[in-house]
Ligand binder design. Structure first.
Ligand code: ZN
Length: 358
């Protein structure tokens, strides 16, 4: 292969539930692509969310997987929203190397109304509020958090805003999720599928990342640099190419990500790297939740007792735990050993609705 020929190296198939990193050298673009199948079906199957909420969670899971797989060290990537819409809390956690869990809290009536009105898009379900993206790579490393305002736009828009404001890397994201009917042994079964692609412009000369005809610094409110004339030609081409991705290409198992990447970039040459498998896996445990309960005041523990026991359900995976209250009501010194984990760690419900007195 001569150097001026495109590099097309696509061997095998990343398949479902694996993030495929890629690079288009000719356009100075790096990115990741993903199709979620069985892992997403299992994750959503643990919950009984209305369809529109499941779709929102699915898109958020794809986004978290695309962003989380950029972590270079062991750690967690957390996407969390706090909004006034029908879904007022959404948490997706990605833990290296590829564990995903998610939880949405919603007002059933408001979701049903939005669905009936045909307004149950992910953006509208969230409504006004904030989205926080947190990178937590353990005690040795500083926790990093970027916050973006939410105002009813799509999660793609939110991702673009985040990268423009916080990372200052020109970025394009495509996300799609749907529940599809699949024939299996002559019977129709519903399956959730989702997919996404993230492309970032990372030229070796950083000045190419800035729009040519616009002054540097903050843009006026509401302004957008995307698709603005004056952007680097390579990035304009990459954005236009990513813009051609149809939802079905991100969902259809007959168009795996490698085929999609080939379709998009074969003329320029695309190189793919080892896929990173992701899975539906919660990390709650008896001991971890006990650690959270140990941080509760005695009053809060008393208030949580039901039939002589404390019942806790992990909101991420639905696992139920129950404890003898005596474990948490003894001499405070006997209760030492709280592991210092935040309450959002395993029981988002406990964080959102603290028991009286805590
Ligand atoms: Zn769990």
């Amino acid at each position: 292969m001569t150097p001026d020929q495109p590099v097309v190296q696509i061997e095998g198939n990343a398949g479902d539930d694996a993030v495929r990193p890629f690079q288009v050298e000719a356009l100075d673009v790096r990115g990741r692509a993903l199709q979620l199948g069985p892992a997403l079906d299992a994750l959503l199957g643990r919950h009984d969310y209305p369809t529109s909420v499941s779709k929102l969670v699915a898109e958020a899971v794809v986004l978290a997987a695309l962003l989380g797989t950029s972590l270079k060290f062991q750690g967690k990537f957390i996407l969390q929203t706090k909004t006034e819409g029908p879904v007022d809390l959404l948490v997706v956690e990605f833990r290296t190397p590829g564990d995903l869990r998610a939880y949405a809290r919603f007002k059933a009536e408001a979701v049903a109304e939005a669905e009936a009105a045909g307004e149950a898009t992910p953006g509208k379900l969230l409504g006004q509020g904030i989205l926080a993206l947190t990178i937590d790579q353990g005690e040795e490393m500083q926790r990093y958090q970027g916050i973006v305002a939410l105002d009813g736009g799509s999660l793609e828009d939110v991702a673009h805003t985040y990268f423009r404001q916080s990372e200052q890397i020109p970025t394009r994201v495509r996300l799609a999720a749907a529940e599809l009917m699949v024939r299996e042994d002559g019977r129709a079964r519903r399956h959730w599928r989702a997919g996404g692609l993230l492309a970032q412009f990372m030229p070796s000369a950083p000045e190419r990342m800035k729009p040519r005809d616009l002054p540097g610094g903050d843009l006026p409110e509401g302004a957008s640099i995307e698709e603005e004339a004056g952007e680097d030609d390579a990035w304009q081409e990459a954005q236009a190419t990513v813009g051609t991705i149809a939802d079905i290409e991100l969902l259809d198992s007959d168009v795996p990500v490698d085929r999609l990447l080939f379709r998009l970039f074969h003329e320029r040459g695309v190189r793919v790297f080892d896929p990173v498998p992701v899975r539906d896996k919660c990390n709650c445990s008896r001991e971890r939740i006990a650690g959270i309960l140990r941080q509760f005041t005695a009053e809060a523990i008393e208030a949580s007792i039901e039939d002589g026991r404390i019942h806790v359900k992990c909101e991420f995976c639905g696992t139920k735990y129950d404890y003898d209250p005596a474990e948490f009501l003894g001499n405070p010194e006997d209760r030492a050993g709280a592991d210092g984990e935040g309450t959002t760690e395993a029981v988002p419900g406990a964080d959102a609705d603290p028991p009286p007195g805590s």
